[in-house]
Write a protein that binds this ligand. Structure first.
Ligand code: NAD
Length: 439
């Protein structure tokens, strides 16, 4: 099949590459010329394990290419995936300008029937808006060409995106006409050879499914974070509580990890967008409003603990910070807890030396203008002369560090662990003032 992917970010690039991997011919479009030049020169603009090899392989096989040429991209694919960003607007609702611009381009340049597949996370009703945008653009041209609009939300996780796309738990497709349903079935057949994973549904339900999934996961995290904070005051260990409840199959173990708050490009914005959708319909989304509020507070939790230890005014203090990305195996810094923590520490007068194995360049881009923040070249170098170590992202390389060396480098043996990486009893035995979340 010939496929165009509009938007070559995390989702677009992974989608396009995985579709090429199974034999399709894919053209990825982006309006960012720097991104496309990087891709055309064999580079990858994002960090995603396994993606560079897969891109290279498919480019070499002649199945995958990149362009900024909009008319050529529209002409190329009988299927046009839209995978552009849907950032929050000022009121929290999803900003659809990029989705509608992509739809307009399709309407402007299409000369034969197309199936337009919306992969971006969009509020209920967006497929209707995309349909109307294409219709009005075709009408401007006096053209009458058939097309359908399908909703196919993406569930991949950054850091495991290839695996998620190649072996999905489920593929949600909201489609209402037979031709589009048949085409989506053919398109996804290579990804579900073991058993049928496609859930066909109406377009509106598909659009809502994506928000419902992310909102549920965010809810579990905020729930556990609140419980963890309470456990600290009650003298209970949230890690034991987590196992105690996770063993109930109605609850399960996934997504019950307390920490320094959730971030990333999806949970914060999708929770906000669902709250905004509720507001538009006259529903106060009380649970989700609280989920968001709890998360904002949780991002400051490590700073609150630090303030208790070192005082409100942190001037003259220097802290080491391990982990900048919003989660391991990505360089994505969007809404990362580290950003709130660094801003708060430096606002209080402290200086920070941060280390992240992958996200340092991206962190420099988004926080590099903060003169009180330096970036260390390795994890141990970050510790030198610091009053305490804060752990914000649970990279594997932080799991079993040399604690003697840590103690020797720090001015005070203080570790504030926002990801519950270590055994508190052992760390205390080693002589650390070790503070984690909920234990
Ligand atoms: P991203 O910002 O990494 O990429 C979006 C790309 O679209 C950018 O490169 C941008 O230049 C390009 N673009 C914008 N307007 C364009 C246009 N008119 N034509 C061509 N290109 C255009 O975003 P992302 O993380 O890939 O997310 C894309 C969508 O997928 C969002 O709606 C997001 O919520 C959703 N999503 C993201 C993830 C994730 O983990 N990142 C997972 C599931 C769903």
């Amino acid at each position: 099949m010939k496929i165009t992917v509009v938007g070559s970010g995390y989702v677009g690039l992974v989608t396009g590459t995985c579709l090429a991997e199974v034999g399709n011919h894919v053209l990825c479009l982006d309006v960012d010329p720097a991104k496309i030049t990087t891709l055309q020169q064999g580079g990858i603009p994002i960090y995603e394990p396994g993606l560079d090899d897969m891109v290279r392989r498919n480019v070499e096989a002649g199945r995958l290419s990149f362009t900024t040429d909009i008319p050529a991209a529209v002409a190329f694919g009988e299927v046009q995936f839209i995978a552009v960003g849907t950032p929050p607007d000022e009121d929290g609702s999803a900003d659809l300008q990029y989705v509608l611009a992509a739809a307009r381009n399709i309407g402007l340049y299409m000369t034969e029937p197309k199936v337009v597949v919306d992969k971006s996370t969009v509020p209920v009703g967006t497929a209707d808006k995309v349909k109307a945008q294409i219709a009005s653009t075709l009408a401007e041209r006096g053209a009458d060409i058939a097309y359908s609009v399908v909703s196919n939300p993406e569930f991949l996780k950054e850091g495991a995106a290839i695996e998620d796309f190649m072996k999905p738990d489920r593929i949600v497709v909201g489609a209402e006409d037979e031709r589009a349903i048949e085409l989506m079935r053919r398109l996804y057949a290579p990804f579900q050879r073991n058993h049928d994973r496609i859930l066909f549904m109406d377009v509106r339900s598909a659009e809502l499914t994506k928000y419902a999934a992310n909102a549920m996961l965010a809810t579990r995290i905020s729930f556990m974070n609140e419980l963890a904070n309470l456990a600290e005051d009650l003298g209970a260990d949230i890690e034991l509580v987590r196992r105690g409840i996770g063993s109930d199959p109605r609850i399960g173990y996934h997504f019950l990890y307390p920490g320094a708050g959730y971030g990333g490009s999806c949970f914060p914005k999708d929770v906000k967008a669902l709250v905004a959708s509720g507001r538009e319909q006259g529903h106060a989304m009380r649970v989700l409003t609280a989920v968001e509020e709890a998360n904002e507070a949780q991002k400051r939790r490590l700073v609150d603990k630090l303030v208790k230890r070192f005082g409100e005014d942190l001037s003259g203090h220097h802290f080491a910070l391990w982990g900048l990305a919003f989660k391991p195996n990505t360089d994505d810094m969007r809404e990362a807890s580290s950003r709130v923590i660094v801003a708060e520490l430096t606002r209080r007068g402290a200086t920070v030396a941060a280390y992240d194995p992958v996200a340092a360049d991206e962190a420099r881009r988004v926080m590099g203008d903060n003169p009180a923040l330096q970036f260390a070249d390795d994890m141990m170098a970050a510790l030198r002369g610091a009053d305490a170590l804060l752990i914000v992202t649970e990279w594997k390389m932080f799991r079993a560090p040399d604690f003697d060396a840590i103690k020797a480098s720090l001015k005070h043996p203080v570790i504030l662990d926002g990801r519950n990486m270590y055994d508190p009893a052992w760390l205390r035995e080693l002589g650390f003032d070790y503070q984690a979340i909920g234990r």
